[in-house]
Design a binder for this molecule. Sequence first.
Ligand code: 3CP
Length: 707
Amino acid sequence: MNREGDMRGDRDFADESRDAVRHGPSAVPLKALYTASDLEGVSHLGSRPGEAPFVRGPHASMYTQKPWTIRQYAGYADAADSNLAFRTALAEGAQGLSVAFDLPTHRGYDSDDPAAAADVGMAGVAIDSVEDMKRLFRQIPLDRVSVSMTMNGAVLPVLAAFIVAAQESGVRPEALTGTIQNDILKEYMVRNTWIFAPEPSLRIVADVVEYLAERAPRFNAMSVSGYHFQEAGADAVLELALTLSNARTYVDALVTRGMSVERIGERLSFFFGVGTDFFVEIAKLRAARVVWAGIMSELGARGARAQALRMHCQTSGWSLTAQHPQNNIVRTTIEAMAAVFGGTQSLHTNAYDEALALPSADASRLARDTQLIMQHEMGLCDVIDPWAGSYMMESITDDIAGRVRDLMTQIATQGGVVEAIRSGWVQQRIHEAATRTQARIDSGQRVVVGVNRFRSPEADPPSNCLEIDGRQVRARQVRQLAELKTRRDDVLVARALAALADGARDGTGNLLALTIECVRARATIGECTRALEGVWPRYKMPSRFSSGLYGEARMVDAAWRDACNRVSALVTRLGRLPRVLIAKVGQDGHDRGAKTVAAALTDAGFYVSLGALFRSPGEVVDDAIAAKADVVGISSLSGAHLDLVGEVVRTLRVRRPMAAVVVGGIIPDEHARFLKRNGLFAVLGPGAAMESIVSSFVETVELALAS
Ligand code: 3CP
């Protein structure tokens, strides 16, 4: 074709395809071509950075004056190990800290509590008391280094321990900078580290905000989080609508208690996930600021500080693959660019080996250096909001903002987020989105390089992942707890704990102030939680999943139909449906995978029971017996599989020997071999398509029947 012909072809394409709508991986439709006409009616155009509605960023100068904070989420084993890691990171270029606590700490259990045993120090650092907190921050100047703490369920004792540890090292609360996540609503929706029911938990949230506003005014009292929605399966619009609805609920509750909306807004911050849908993710962060500024303005906030949404971002953990882990370096870098183009204030980049195990030191360094390279070598900080004015970017920013407002209205008309949690609407919507995404990946409609396409037979060299000796960490914690209890004044502790319980029961006093007195007297995290449990019993929430969706999405897919035929043949042989229990064990509340597998197995023809969260190995076996399970499928993402899955296998062998156990999740190869030598039937690695999971379950039942 000649040059003229080429050009005519280009013009034809532009004319014919400019309005063709394509559906990308998110819920926001993208067009192949955007033009000036797409900017008609976009009301946020023309605003400047640092000005309402802050689409171009919360600060006028943005990164030209101060780049985003490199803040890597970290913590493992005990306080001394994590302290060393923090100090090394700060020496090597980290600019703030972000503490990952272990699951027992999240759920308010001390390390010597039998409910916590296997999880101590595995997915974060174990903190039992103020003494641990002091060890965690030894030689770190808390008046200069800002510290973020991802803590929600046990926010009272953990934040109290931080405040007391700082005071005892000479730093007054007024000088503290940092952030406490303190966002309990999303825990009921996705992350599941709640301890008490929503209503008392909302009181805790509000007491924390009030206390910090009064005593530690430089500390961000909340980090309202969308990240976990995205990780659980929500698309960009659902992530924003839920996050901003939750934030609105907190603001309303605080206003009702008499706090000024101005003061609340000044120390409210946000946290979003940044996934692989590059353009949409940038637009999402810009749209978040536009929608939030509108809400705060409606509520009466006038100052820029109260209207401007400030955020931390984390690259998507879910987008990481166990296959060809080096590919994750590329995914993470591009996601990090989206966060920066979106104007984040603080950023965590994931380590490339995180789909395999806890990150190695090398992988963590590379993740942090990715940000240092972005800040120092690439010129990304030189221009403010570089996507401004792009037909595409401004148009989809506006589109997302509109869709988010509509969805927020839908949530409000159902009675708000607390009601939507209680009815299960939120959990259901996210689960359904996750199930659809899984079906798109398994059918190849959504490409994951190295997983469902472009697979290479060459295996990557094994990564040198971090191994935690949980038993040793626990033994150390138990010894330190025993020492703490011999040195303290028990009468003082009992009095402080009684006052905390009274404050909870009577609705009097600030619960954080009361907890600070408990912690100062050397009450432990577990003891403070138990004092509150006397008033507000531990909450229980049913686990639910939706059948039908996955199967429907793959109805015409030969690979899926083959897998279903295998189940049908098994049904014929058994004369009944094969029965599966999908279980979570220990304190790991990440249930996206468990629910999706439960949904797909049901659609394939299994009879599936989904167990409750936080079961002990013995309780999982009880559930397996009650369900008359042929197979128990355990999902484990917390690193505690060796103890927990091992115990389920041993106990089941005695109490229901005909049932086989399979496990899915993040299980290093060596651990898989060890567990299999000890009776585990199979390990289903991350990234397995549902048809192969279904086939594994069929084979497991067949082999178990034959043996
Ligand atoms: C910044 N500043 C500026 C400018 N940029 N001033 C003028 N011009 C500028 N261009 C000022 C700010 O106003 C602020 O001062 C100070 O510099 C610090 O900047 P910042 O933007 O507030 O940055 P930072 O302290 O890092 O705080 C970022 C936010 C904070 C606000 C987002 O909440 C935060 O650090 N969040 C992190 C949350 C986190 O780590 N979460 C981890 C979740 P003033 O303070 O005086 O205003 S990990 C969960 C993982 C998954 C799981 O759950 O398991």
